[in-house]
Design a protein around this ligand. Structure first.
Ligand SMILES: [Fe+2]
Ligand SMILES: [Fe+2]
Length: 173
């Protein structure tokens, strides 16, 4: 059994991951509107990944006997000037998620809550991957600047991304 305070913090984070999923779903539509179908695909895959994160927290909390509270999320931004701006906002958002995961991990250690510490390990590793993916794309986008041909090459690369269901994770979508 996890503490009431730990359950509240994890439940709160579930809602933040749900917001992440909507943020990237919205970015997918913005990219589509810009004519960047590959980037739209990339953000759609990211949306599905975020739903996996949501479902991991959901299943963990349900297994711990917690009745989950879903907040009716905040408005989701849907206007961006460029793909570079979207990727920069994505990186900033993921850095804030990393910070939250670290805080949850510290809380679990203080609580001597071993089950939650083990549960959060996957997310600690995942956040390194998330930030790294975003930094790679930002670097490439900065290299090409406003060059339309360069942006379309990056868009073609982003079209290749496929959603991979993590082994053992609950089905999200
Ligand atoms: Fe996430
Ligand atoms: Fe990921």
């Amino acid at each position: 059994m996890i503490s009431k305070k730990m359950a509240e913090s994890l439940n709160n984070h579930l809602n933040v991951e749900l917001f992440s999923s909507l943020l990237y779903l919205s970015m997918s539509s913005c990219a589509n509107e810009m004519g960047l179908k590959g980037a739209a695909n990339w953000f759609m895959v990211q949306y599905r990944e975020e739903m996996v994160h949501v479902m991991k927290f959901f299943t963990y909390l349900v297994d711990q006997g917690v009745n989950i509270e879903l907040t009716a999320g905040n408005a989701v931004p849907n206007t961006y000037k460029s793909l570079l701006e979207m990727m920069q906002k994505t990186l900033t958002h993921e850095q804030s998620i990393t910070q939250r995961i670290n805080e949850l991990s510290e809380q679990a250690v203080l609580d001597k809550d071993h089950a939650t510490q083990i549960f959060l390990h996957w997310f600690v590793t995942e956040q390194v991957e998330e930030e790294n993916n975003d930094r790679d794309l930002i670097a490439k986008l900065k290299l090409v600047g406003d060059n339309g041909h360069g942006i379309l090459m990056i868009d073609a690369e982003m079209a290749q991304r496929v959603f991979v269901q993590p082994v053992g994770a609950p089905l999200a979508v």
